[in-house]
Design a binder for this molecule. Structure first.
Ligand SMILES: C[S@@+](CC[C@H](N)C(=O)[O-])C[C@H]1O[C@@H](n2cnc3c(N)ncnc32)[C@H](O)[C@@H]1O
Length: 268
């Protein structure tokens, strides 16, 4: 979809409603480009945690594959539901949720019969204790103003001892320009500045919002959401991966982490 204005990039506060509205619009407008650019790397039915290419089939962050068989799984910010398709192939019963209608149309295009739900991660349209597991590869969490609200929702829909595993941009990246080349290697801002990155239209309305939390913030958010953190994985850049994905590249990936995967379990 064509955007008829040049958005202005700025740093300013952006609340829950404004962030959600911006994300829905941005992903609806950019889903086609995202799937064209990254669809081949993601694969139609692989579970990839981020641009490094960490594959759940090898990482096992969701738990043993035997546990996935028959498990009710909620994928949040599923995009074209590639991860859900992999989960279904392991015998799980995934539901793929996303805010963007256009992303879910791509899920339909690829197929596989995964149940799709168009909804905001901050208000999950499911009964309490509906799922054994929840997961998200870069879906929703980096884009919401109130991650604790999302985590509490995830906790509510998980059964006791349910796992919640999500990946986000590694917080250290906030301090660097989002560039794949050498210019992306010099600190340009404060890691401690939580002011959101906002792109806005000519009337000052946000059209894209990304929220920053430090590593410590994320740990506290997980705990405040009602979870125990059992692992924090920082995937290393593998030798086979020569792709650039936005600000992710072999050059930077070999020097600084680009993704953080939080492995959490529902606290009693
Ligand atoms: C970077 S994409 C990741 C998509 C997919 N997980 C993947 O790995 O390709 C982020 C996804 O999160 C979705 N998203 C953003 N904010 C959301 C929210 N508040 N609730 C649900 N989904 C959201 C977007 O629509 C988009 O599909």
């Amino acid at each position: 979809m064509i955007q008829d204005f040049e958005p202005e990039a700025t740093r300013r506060s952006a609340g829950d409603a404004e962030s959600s509205r911006a994300s829905r619009g941005w992903w609806d407008r950019n889903a086609d480009e995202y799937q064209t650019e990254h669809g081949a790397f993601l694969g139609d039915d692989r579970f990839v945690w981020g641009p490094e290419g960490l594959d759940e089939a090898e990482a096992g962050l969701l738990g043993p594959v035997s546990f996935l068989k028959g498990a009710d799984v909620l994928e949040i910010g599923a995009g074209a539901a590639q991860c859900s398709r992999w989960l279904a192939a392991q015998g799980a019963r995934p539901v793929a949720l996303d805010l963007s209608h256009r992303q879910l149309q791509h899920a339909l295009r690829i197929g596989g019969g995964i149940p799709l739900v168009e909804a905001d991660a901050g208000a999950l349209p499911f009964r309490d204790e509906s799922f054994d597991l929840a997961c998200s590869a870069y879906g929703a969490v980096p884009f919401v103003a109130d991650p604790v609200k999302v985590f509490r929702e995830v906790r509510r829909v998980l059964r006791p001892e349910g796992r919640w595993v999500f990946s986000v941009t590694h917080p250290i990246r906030w301090a660097f320009p989002d560039e794949p080349g050498p210019e992306g290697l010099s600190v340009s801002g404060s890691y401690f500045d939580r002011t959101p990155y906002v792109e806005q239209d000519e009337r000052g309305r946000a059209v894209y919002v990304e929220h920053h939390r430090t590593i410590g913030d994320r740990v506290r958010d997980v705990v405040a959401g009602g979870f125990r953190l059992i692992d924090l994985v920082e995937p290393e850049w593998p030798a086979w991966n020569s792709q650039e994905w936005g600000g992710w590249s072999p050059l930077r990936g070999n020097l600084i982490p680009g993704t953080a995967v939080f492995v959490c379990v529902r606290d009693e």
